[in-house]
Ligand binder design. Structure first.
Ligand code: PHE
Length: 504
């Protein structure tokens, strides 16, 4: 009879009298267990062997269990010391017995906790008696520990109550493993006696086999469609990108249009338009990355004049500017944007898509860059969900209502608002949500209603409410992970990224 090579080896290694385990066969044949399992199932299908699955329990000593095999169980040592100091005749002070036992630290507590339970004697009012009839040499737990250390005992032979004690004392662990046991059938024996030969089989069709015509003569290995296969992960969209897409869909659904614009931009758009004085810490508190590139040439001259005027003199008859220097050189310097509010400035000024008439709603979900210190909640670059609404009469209620409506679509219904300060909005609010795992209150965004000093130079004469929300924080709240580096950079949790999906 002819059979594929591995089947022949398995058949020869199996026995009709002793059940042999698949792992033993794999060891002996130097094959992978899954290869042997495949062959075993084929042979079972052909009726040449039988397979029996057996789940086995294994009991193993823990490190602590091993220590006691060496030194004796603490309660046994306490008993021997108690006998030595005469506690069989009359109560002896606990201190004296412990001293004589040589037990220290946690071992003392363990000894005392088990002493009376196991009938070694009594502990009462700081004194200890020893039962003269107790036999430490027959201690059930100690006996099992010693037997396990010598490999003299099987899991099934240990008395249930003793085993339970040893497990609860963390002296042994119990684990289960499934083993497949293989035995030759009578037919298998017959086939072996009559002689089996390994058939040449070809596992893969190659261009050579095709062109030479050899494919017509060879025997192909059969597919085992039930064999365990390696898990292959295809490429997929990153969870953060999926979340960004969902945010975009949500905002488009709420009537917003998307903004686009440069990642590296003039400080003018990033800071000056936002009424951030050039010498104010608010300008450095972003800790933006300045780029060593030529200054931005094409700033709109009329807007630059109006922004400079707002900085110097404020707006309106009662306006007051900053009494600090302002130069166009600083405004022309190029930075990586620390927020996408630079895009809002470009759009509100009419320089992105022309003059805008209210009502308008715009958003972007784009990267921003900050020179922060990397930690569980901060990255050097992250995605900001920028947005603004332009309308005749806007109030804080409109702002809160918009956030409530937006976050509800992500299942976040416990928003909190805290008054805040931005140089460009008044009033301003920080936004918080509760972390689903830690219960911690996490900052998720910053918002407000743009000041006159921002809007007038831009030529906007109605209200504009605006915000910047952190996409990564939204993801933390929706998926419950605690470290932003689980999804970004070299420490990512690959399993999470492979399996997690954002539901649209
Ligand atoms: N630029 C702010 C967010 C914001 C945008 C618009 C208005 C108010 C706040 C930030 O990055 O935190």
């Amino acid at each position: 009879m002819q059979l594929p090579g591995t089947q022949v080896s398995v058949l020869e290694a199996a026995s009709a009298t002793d059940a042999r385990s698949v792992s033993a066969l794999a060891d002996e044949l130097g094959e992978k267990p899954e290869t042997v399992v495949g062959a075993v199932f084929e042979l079972q299908d052909s009726g040449l062997l039988t397979v029996e699955e057996r789940t086995e329990e294994r009991v193993a000593l823990t490190d602590e269990g091993e220590t006691y095999v060496e030194s004796g169980l603490p309660e046994v040592r306490l008993y021997r010391a108690a006998v030595e100091v005469g506690a069989t005749d009359e109560p002896v002070s606990m201190g004296q017995v412990i001293g004589a036992s040589g037990l220290e630290g946690g071992a003392v507590d363990i000894a005392l906790a088990n002493y009376a339970r196991k009938g070694y004697g009594r502990i009462d009012a700081g004194e200890l008696t020893a039962d003269p009839d107790a036999d430490p040499d027959a201690d059930g737990e100690a006996t099992v520990l010693a037997a396990l250390a010598d490999g003299r005992v099987d899991a099934g032979d240990i008395e249930a109550s003793v085993r339970e004690q040893l497990v609860s004392r963390d002296l042994v662990t119990v684990s289960e493993s499934t083993e497949r046991l293989v035995t030759l059938t009578d037919e298998g024996v017959t086939v072996l006696m009559e002689g089996v030969e390994a058939a040449e089989t070809v596992g893969q069709l190659t261009p050579e086999l095709l062109t030479s015509g050899e494919w017509q003569d060879v025997e192909f290995a059969e597919y085992n469609v039930e064999a365990d296969a390696e898990t292959r992960y295809g490429g997929k969209k990153h969870i953060l990108r999926q979340t960004a897409d969902r945010v975009k869909d949500t905002l488009v659904g709420m009537g917003f249009k998307e903004m686009e614009g440069p990642h590296a931009d003039a400080e003018f758009w990033i800071n000056d338009c936002l009424f951030m004085p050039q010498d104010h810490p608010a300008r450095t508190h972003w800790d933006q990355f300045a780029l060593d590139v030529p200054p931005m040439q094409d700033l709109p001259a009329d807007l630059v004049d109006r922004v400079e005027d707002a900085h110097r003199n404020g707006v309106g008859p009662d306006g007051d500017g900053y009494h600090s220097p302002w130069t166009e050189d600083v405004a022309r310097g190029v930075d990586l944007r620390g927020h996408t509010t630079s895009l809002s400035m470009r759009y509100l000024s009419g320089h992105a898509e022309g003059e805008l008439e209210p009502p308008q709603r715009y958003f972007s979900v784009e990267k921003v860059y900050r020179n922060d210190t990397l930690d569980a909640t901060h990255l050097l670059e992250f995605f900001q969900i920028e947005g603004w609404v332009m309308a005749e009469d806007l109030s804080v209620r409109d702002l809160m209502g918009t956030f409530t409506e937006f976050y509800e679509q992500f299942g976040i219904t416990d928003l909190e608002f805290k008054p805040h300060y931005n140089p460009y909005t008044e009033p301003s609010f920080e936004l918080f949500g509760e972390h689903p795992e830690t219960g911690e209150i996490v900052e998720i965004g910053n918002s407000g209603i743009f000041r006159e000093e921002v809007l007038r130079p831009l030529g906007v004469d109605c209200d504009v409410m605006a915000w910047g929300l952190a996409l990564e924080r939204l993801l933390m709240l929706t998926h419950g992970f605690e470290d932003i580096r689980d999804v970004h950079g070299t420490l990512v949790d690959l399993d999470f990224l492979r399996t997690e999906e954002v539901v649209h």
